[in-house]
Design a protein around this ligand. Structure first.
Ligand SMILES: Nc1nc2c(ncn2[C@@H]2O[C@H](COP(=O)(O)OP(=O)(O)OP(=O)(O)O)[C@@H](O)[C@H]2O)c(=O)[nH]1
Ligand SMILES: [Mg+2]
Length: 655
């Protein structure tokens, strides 16, 4: 049974690693606070970083045509301990709405269901998530697996409604296969799902550690809920595509594959595994094990060819027998189901890749947090060195020399203070420029742009007008991003010049402010536009009026995604602006303090000539403790780096 624990163990190791990483960052923060080096900006950044690490999610989505065994596979991989099927799995369409399995400690164990009627409103599922009253919530009784699976069977609920209503929901369309061809009842009515989306909040150990599982219904529902295509699937860290050995690769399987998984779009290149399920159908007592194995191998090869992936990426399994074997503790059957190989592949592909990404991002953020601290420490060290050199040069010199030096420092200080007005002026220009920058990517601009597009969609009866409105929508966004990019370049150049001048005039270390790039937002918007264009034709070619409702809903989803991009961009810009401005302010303040200190010590020496050696000793002492501080900081960062570099907990040998 060891192998089947692979995934759980690796996942636990990953969660443990995240905890160790958080501990290292907290220790760094504590140290900074003790040393009086943490300002409000540092506190905030550390807090955000810890929050992100704590909430880090790993999303695994199961995608396939209906009845390929997605839900059964989830039961077998994740929930066998319950000794029975937790998610409903049966012949025909079973899972009727996208179902997320996750754990949020802030809520009691429950299933939350979003009624299908919400499809009449323009809001997206993500938006509805903010409104508890829109959902039907049913508590989960963890003590009883029976009652739990009974409650979870709600995801299969359907109801019979007039065709007209189904059309309004965008769930039915004459003559078009893409729109749900749910079971038709008597003339004029149709069965549709009761729910639009389900969220199962369940304290399973893996879910508690941040795993999120997304179970999807077959093709039709994917097509009618644009959020799946635009956000859920591209954001998943692993996509599992399931085929069934008894059906082979059918036309609709290929459609699902081509539409949602095959794309070479970088942003959807998450770990992808192809699973050939139900190989137990090929088991045959009358044939030798080797024969059966060869047959499975042939099917795997064929499947790989049809999908255009290497055969090594296709995993043949029997979800059903795997579940049964785990429930009965039947190791021989478990081995035969080949489920352990799939689990191992999943854990090997998924978790190390995720850890690398999180590790690199965390390191970059830690560097960012301490960048300012480092500059200050180095500036202090340089200041002390300079003072020491000055003092040492005074050894054995007469009062005149001291007087001369005092005049020089005083002059320097006066010059600096007069120059301070320049920084105030710069601040004003900076504020002006940042206001412009924030306007370009402001939510108000987006709101107006979306409003115009919405009206154009309402008013267009022809493809051409509609297409134009939408390409305008994306065109405007691109323009905004371009302008924001130019503006940020201007700000960057201005600040660079300022730092260069400051460094030169006051002989302090040159600070190179980070640049800002809009590339990642542009890429995300481009991806949305591509997805939109891909869907546009399908939607437009539909015969009935339902297409307008669908078109609108699709647009709203896109608009929500774009808003999210803007939200992130705004947050990033604000952080960036602080990162380019704050060090200058600190440098100015530090330099000012140092000039005052220098002048003070020379004044004292001027008054009482015998203080020189004392003062030199004092400075040497300061230099020493500063060096100690710099070493301390290095050591704290090394702890974070060590955790990032540390390989996962070694797995027990399992053959
Ligand atoms: N023989 C065999 N049957 C399986 C296997 N896996 C799943 N099934 C059966 O296939 C049927 C469909 O399985 P589900 O898990 O409901 O499939 P699904 O992909 O979730 O389907 P939808 O929820 O309708 O999209 C059920 O009757 C399962 O018992 C398997 O490995 N072998
Ligand atoms: Mg299912």
């Amino acid at each position: 049974m060891l192998q089947s624990r692979d995934l759980a163990m690796r996942f636990e190791a990953y969660a443990d690693w995240r905890r160790r990483l958080s501990a290292a960052i907290s220790s760094l923060h504590e140290w900074l606070t003790q040393q009086d080096l943490a300002d409000a900006q540092v506190d905030l950044k550390v807090q955000q970083l810890l929050e992100r690490l704590h909430q880090d999610k790993l999303v695994v989505a199961f995608v396939a045509e209906f009845s390929r065994g997605k839900s059964e596979l989830i039961n077998a991989i994740f929930f066998a301990e319950f000794g029975q099927r937790l998610l409903p799995s049966s012949a025909g369409r079973t899972t009727m709405c996208p179902t997320e399995l996750l754990y949020d400690a802030g809520r009691p164990p429950s299933i939350r269901l979003l009624p299908i009627e919400t499809r009449l409103k323009d809001a997206t599922v993500a938006e509805f998530k903010n409104y508890a009253d829109e959902w039907v919530t049913i508590a989960l009784d963890l003590a009883s697996a029976d009652r739990m699976s009974e409650v979870l069977s709600r995801v299969s609920q359907v109801k019979t409604v007039p065709v007209e209503l189904a059309r309004k929901y965008g769930l039915f369309d004459d003559g078009d296969d893409l729109i749900a061809s749910f079971d038709r009842q008597e003339e004029g009515t149709i069965d549709i799902p009761c729910w639009r989306h389900a969220v199962i909040n369940f304290p399973h150990p893996l879910l508690q550690q941040g795993l999120v599982i997304l179970d999807t219904p077959g093709l039709n529902a994917i097509g009618t809920e644009p959020e799946l295509t635009l956000s859920h699937l591209p954001n998943a860290h692993a996509l599992l595509f399931i085929l069934s050995a008894d059906a082979g690769v059918t036309k609709t399987d290929l459609e699902v594959w081509n539409d949602y998984l095959a794309g070479d779009d970088e942003s959807t290149k998450a770990g992808r595994l192809v699973i050939l399920n139900k190989i137990d159908g090929l088991w045959d007592e009358m044939r030798s094990a080797a024969d059966v194995e060869a047959e499975i191998g042939r099917q795997v090869k064929q499947t790989a060819q049809m999908l255009g992936v290497p055969a090594s990426q296709v995993y043949a399994v029997s979800a059903q027998k795997g579940l049964l074997a785990k429930v009965n503790g039947d190791d021989a059957l478990l081995a035969k189901s080949k489920l352990p190989q799939l689990e191992q592949a999943l854990s090997l592909k998924l978790i190390p890749a995720k850890r690398d990404i999180v590790g690199a991002a965390t390191q970059a953020e830690v560097r960012d947090v301490i960048r300012g601290v480092r500059t200050i420490l180095r500036q202090r060290a340089a200041g002390i060195d300079e003072q020491l050199a000055e003092m040492r040069a005074l050894r054995g010199k007469n009062q005149d020399v001291v007087q001369h030096m005092m005049d020089r420092v005083k002059q320097e200080k006066d010059l600096f203070e007069r120059g301070l007005a320049r920084y105030t002026a710069l601040r004003n220009v900076f504020t002006e420029q940042t206001t412009k920058l924030l306007d370009y990517i402001g939510l108000e601009a987006l709101r107006l742009n979306a409003g115009r597009t919405r009206r154009a969609i309402e008013n267009s009866l022809f493809t051409k007008g509609l297409r134009g409105a939408l390409s305008d929508f994306f065109g405007n966004i691109r323009d905004d991003l371009d302008k924001a990019s130019q503006q940020s370049t201007e700000i960057h150049e201005m600040m660079r010049a300022m730092y260069a001048r400051f460094a030169k005039e006051h002989a302090v270390e040159l600070y190179d402010p980070p640049a800002f790039s809009v590339l990642k937002y542009r890429k995300e918007v481009e991806r949305l536009e591509r997805a939109y264009n891909q869907h546009f034709n399908t939607l437009w070619n539909m015969a009935s009026k339902a297409k307008f409702a669908l078109m609108r809903r699709f647009f709203e989803t896109v608009a929500t995604r774009v808003k999210h991009v803007y939200d992130v961009a705004n947050r990033d810009v604000e952080a960036w602006l602080k990162a380019v401005m704050a060090p200058l302010e600190t440098q100015v303040r530090e330099h000012h303090t140092q000039l005052r200190r220098r002048l003070d010590s020379i004044k004292r020496i001027h008054r009482a000539g015998d203080e020189l050696e004392e003062r030199i000793a004092e400075l040497e002492q300061q230099a020493e403790s500063l060096a100690l501080q710099i070493r301390g900081l290095k050591a704290e960062i090394a702890v974070v780096d060590d955790v990032v570099a540390q390989p996962e907990m070694p797995l027990a040998a399992n053959g």
